[in-house]
Design a protein around this ligand. Structure first.
Ligand code: MN
Length: 174
């Protein structure tokens, strides 16, 4: 776990984003946040607490509650836990310039935290929008490459699953 890349990418004299540090919390529920990030391309940043940082994925189309929908999730640099409350405008000329808003937040529970390493992570979310089981599944790197950043975010079939309605489809395009 490291925030080196997070720190390196940002100019804290210019961006209102928190500097943050690794914060191991004992006997606390693990938290998650999803931030809607209107950068050069709109995406949703899914962040899951693990070992004092927020493991982070950029999901271009946002999470879906429909188990038949697989959403590309690009793993990005670990963020500090203090990023979870961040909303604001990252000024032009800075990494990720644009508007950040909290889209959902809550606690989550991984079924087996080794999934972060094995590339098959199942977890339960207790958010306002995101509820029930989800899986993050790493896509095998292309032959001859070592790019492990590509994952798929998939809703598990449970009582919270929904068929993707037209309404949700239009929403995710915005
Ligand atoms: Mn982002």
């Amino acid at each position: 776990m490291s925030l080196k890349l997070y720190t390196k990418k940002r100019k804290f004299k210019e961006t209102p984003e928190p500097r943050g540090k690794i914060l191991k919390r004992k006997n606390k529920s693990l938290v998650f946040v999803v931030q809607k990030h209107q950068a050069s391309h709109l995406h949703y940043d899914l962040r899951l607490e693990k070992d004092g940082v927020m493991k982070s994925w950029a999901v271009p189309k946002g999470p879906s509650m429909d188990p038949s929908v697989k959403r590309l999730a690009m793993q990005v640099e670990d963020h500090p836990i203090s990023y979870n409350t961040f909303e604001g405008i990252i000024p032009e000329g800075n990494y990720g310039a644009g508007v950040v808003k909290i889209w959902d937040k809550g606690i989550y529970a991984p079924l087996d935290p080794r999934g972060f390493h094995t590339g098959e992570l199942k977890f339960v979310m207790y958010g306002k929008k995101l509820k029930g089981g989800f899986a993050l599944v790493r896509i095998k790197p292309k032959e001859g490459t070592d790019d492990k950043r590509h994952w798929l975010l998939i809703k598990e079939r449970d009582e919270y699953a929904k068929k993707n309605t037209k309404k949700e489809k239009t929403k995710s395009k915005r």
